[in-house]
Ligand binder design. Sequence first.
Ligand code: 57M
Length: 361
Amino acid sequence: MLYHLLYPLHEIYSFFNVFRYITFRTAYAVITALIISFIIGPWVIAWLKKSEIGETIRKDGPKTHYVKEGTPTMGGIQILIACIIPTLLWADLTNKFIWLVILSTVGFGVVGFIDDYLKIRDKNSQGFRARYKLLVQTGAGLGMAMLFYYQFAGTPGLTQLSFPFFKNFLPDLGWIYFSIMVLVVVGTTNAVNLTDGLDGLAIGPIIIATMTYAIIAYVVGHAKFADYLNIIYVPGVGELAVFCGAIVGAGLGFLWFNSYPAQVFMGNVGSMSLGGALAAVAVATKHELVLVLVGGVFFIETVSVILQVASYRLTGKRIFRMAPLHHHFEEKGWSEPKIIVRFWILAIVLALIGLSTLKLR
Ligand code: 57M
């Protein structure tokens, strides 16, 4: 909105030219989101407490978590408000990518909200049954894939998949590309959800990954940079840097309250909407596979669960003391803040390796 209101004024005052620049608007989207988070954070937490929207802690988990019983959850509402408003303020609202990522974020947020609501209504930690959740997520993923197809049908390279580290390997997958898209969306929402099991453990890597994708979106949407780096050029996708900036700001604002010892958890409304946002940005920027590195912590946590379940089913033995991986370290006696900070360090290193694939090809 500010972009549409203020940029045209550059004809009168040249100063307003700055509103044209994605970098300027991204920076201010971060700041606006942070300010909104700080303003609404205490209010959201007080409202969640008053409405008795608190966490039911599972009794089969690490004992150190029992003290967390009753911590307000569904703080993801704060993240959603704090990232959508700055996006509407600073982004070019005629850009189709912006609306697609907003839709994915809010759509998965609604799925997470219903899941949280069921948990709170039934006063247990179950929510949706796993198979229904997967069905709803796949439906939402399919909906998103169809939207992408109808909005961008005929665009060159739409169904091509780029592989990190490979310059000229860009296979055109045709309709199979859309199944990969659904896999990325469903996989990412679940991966963020699984990771969200310690204070700040999910939001830290989300901030790191969206910061990285802000850079990727900027260069992929810039004809000269894309040409220089020999990567796919997607006109208009640079605007997603503004959206990523809003998530970074909203994430930092949420971390203020979610850092150890947490005053609030994001709930599924937070983890699913953030997963939906990250996946949509990865798909739109045609950097889907590099998400395995940029969101490396989410990937590792998911692989730990897959390995644990497979090993238990096949051999009756567990690989980890408990999966996802963060529980393994808790069971080994590492303190919660130590695990969190070490996972953040890992997330930064993996994101940097992911970013280096722009050049290393
Ligand atoms: C999300 N939710 C947290 C909070 C948060 C297939 C299997 C691996 C699934 C997995 C699972 O259920 N994952 C779902 C994990 C929960 O957090 C809530 O959920 C929201 C996110 N979805 O926002 O509302 C608990 O996590 C802690 N927490 C914090 N700080 C935070 O900022 O401390 C969360 C956010 C909260 C709080 O204690 O209550 C969760 O962990 O439940 N299942 C598991 O993770 C379980 N693993 C398991 O069963 N492993 C097996 C097999 C299946 C691999 C094995 O190793 O053999 C464990 N989780 C728990 N207890 N809690 C095991 C037992």
